[in-house]
Write a protein that binds this ligand. Structure first.
Ligand code: XMP
Length: 491
């Protein structure tokens, strides 16, 4: 939808009618999901949503939910449909406008709509689903059993486009230029005459966030760079130099290496590490902010995936995968209020925003680096000695990727120091040293990722350099797991 310049947000099913009315959307989509309406705890929304007069498209489970609400029939399929499925279109007036009679779609379902609800007509069918798409044109409610949102439905984008422009009558006005204008207005409104501290890590998110804020409130923005001792080789100097070279903003430097390392001593649990680091960050910002006058806000480059992954869809406690320190690790009581101008954007959109703000490529295309830094890439306890080993490995791996000209093709590349030692032989001597895991992934937004098929020669060179140049490492392995089921970082 956003690729068609239409803004959209994701909300959990228990959203209130009041909130929907406040948002006043041009249209809604009920997404698919793994549940079955035959289960007691299957997610449902309030039935009133369907009588708000807002155009609605239900996808897979979403379509079944619509059928259920309007007393249609939903039942189990005798033949499951999974994967590539031919769809025969019976009606090409709006949702399927401009399409051939038969198209390829992607299905993934066991339940299906077996009886049309009152007032609905059939728009399409497949061999195993008599009702693979339906509509009640009067109420502007539509449903599709297949998944138009995946690339495996080649014309899926066209279907979404038809829904947006032909049914919801969207105009497609959401561009990065309009986003900048709107954000600057909102930041000014939220902040008033107060000043803001911004945690600047030098990564694309916090940098774009800072530049946007700078545009909105100029000298009332104070950027604080925290050296937590968990940074990569030379990172501190690079960030300082880049910002001094390109921008004239208030840049403050806090050296907290000793404090972070002390608090992390002997901590091996990944969640504990994340929580400690998140808490320390905020404490330092608050301390730095107290040295300045009129500071009431803390700006963060939180992105939409962080917000989605940290929020519970079912209202109650849900599976927390990781406490991303931008969101989940924030202490409950905080002296500063938050400004998060990027919280509705995905990573690729932040880069587009950076370009629209005229930022240099070296910032925009830097690989993501997590807030908790190298601490979550050292499995087990974090020590200065282990950090130094990892910093060297990371620098070599990135250098080799860059000299192979592949830095921009990879979403993120990183090194991990494992908490095991392995036996090796160097010269004629037995060694018993550390293992470094290299990880490189391709991804669009970090939500899902595939391991990067880097050239063997590159891996070979990186491995050989790491083992030869770094004292204390005698083995290098390459991580070939995708996300899911693995995650990008190891902790
Ligand atoms: P995972 O490991 O969850 O990572 O697959 C997805 C992306 O998020 C980054 N990441 C973080 N970024 N604070 C951040 O700002 C964090 O606590 C954090 N944890 C993971 C990770 O590097 C990857 O790009």
């Amino acid at each position: 939808m956003r690729e068609y310049n239409v803004f959209c947000e994701i909300h959990p099913p228990q959203i209130s009618i009041k909130k929907i009315k406040e948002i006043n959307p041009q249209g809604m989509i009920f997404s698919g999901g793994p549940s079955s309406l035959t289960q007691k705890n299957a997610p449902r929304c309030k039935k009133e949503i369907l009588s708000l007069g807002i155009p609605l498209l239900g996808i897979c489970y979403g379509m079944q939910l619509i059928a259920h609400f309007f007393n249609g029939k939903v039942g189990k399929s005798s033949a499951r449909e999974y994967g590539k499925t031919y769809l025969c279109i019976d009606d090409r007036k709006d949702l399927f406008s401009g399409m051939k009679k038969n198209i390829i779609t992607w299905m993934s379902h066991e339940d299906k709509v077996t009886g049309l609800p009152n007032g609905f007509i059939r728009l399409a069918h497949t061999r195993n689903s008599k009702i693979a798409s339906f509509a009640d044109r009067k109420r502007k409610i539509y449903g599709v059993q297949f998944h138009p949102e995946v690339v495996h439905t080649p014309q899926g984008k066209e279907i979404i486009k038809n829904f947006l422009f032909k049914i919801c009558k969207c105009k497609g006005l959401w561009t990065m230029k309009s986003f900048i204008k709107e954000s600057v207005k909102q930041i000014r409104q939220q902040v008033g005459n107060a000043s803001v501290v911004c945690g600047l890590s030098g990564g694309v998110d916090s940098s774009v966030c800072a530049i946007l804020l700078h545009k909105a409130i100029d000298k009332r923005l104070h950027c604080i760079f925290v050296n937590n001792g968990l940074l990569r080789n030379n990172e501190e100097k690079q960030v300082k130099d880049t910002f001094k070279k390109h921008y004239s903003m208030q840049f403050h430097y806090a050296d907290a290496e000793a404090l972070f390392l002390r608090k992390l001593k002997n901590i091996t649990d990944p969640e504990k590490k994340r929580k400690i680091i998140g808490k320390l960050f905020i404490e330092i910002f608050e301390k730095e902010a107290k040295k300045l006058t009129n500071i009431t806000f803390l700006a963060q480059g939180t992105l939409y995936p962080d917000v989605i992954e940290s929020c519970s869809v079912f209202g109650g406690p849900s599976a927390v995968i990781k406490s991303h320190h931008n969101v989940g690790g924030l202490p409950e009581k905080m002296d500063l209020k938050l400004v998060e101008p990027l919280r509705f954007l995905f990573k690729d959109e932040v880069r587009l925003l950076g370009e629209a703000l005229g930022m240099p490529d070296e910032i925009i295309y830097r690989h993501p680096f997590p807030g908790p830094g190298l601490a979550i890439r050292i499995l087990g306890a974090v020590t200065k000695e282990r950090l130094d080993i990892l910093r060297q490995a990371d620098a070599i791996f990135i250098e080799e990727i860059k000299s192979a000209g592949l830095y921009r093709d990879v979403w993120q590349a990183l090194s991990v120091l494992l908490p095991v030692k392995s036996v090796g032989v160097m010269g004629d001597e037995r060694t018993y040293e550390n293992v470094v895991a290299l990880r490189a992934v391709t991804s669009v937004d970090g939500m899902t990722a595939d391991w990067a098929k880097l050239p063997m020669e590159l891996l070979e060179k990186a491995s050989s350099r790491i083992i030869n140049e770094i004292k204390g490492v005698n083995r290098v392995v390459y991580d070939i797991s995708s996300k899911p089921p693995a995650t990008i970082e190891w902790e």
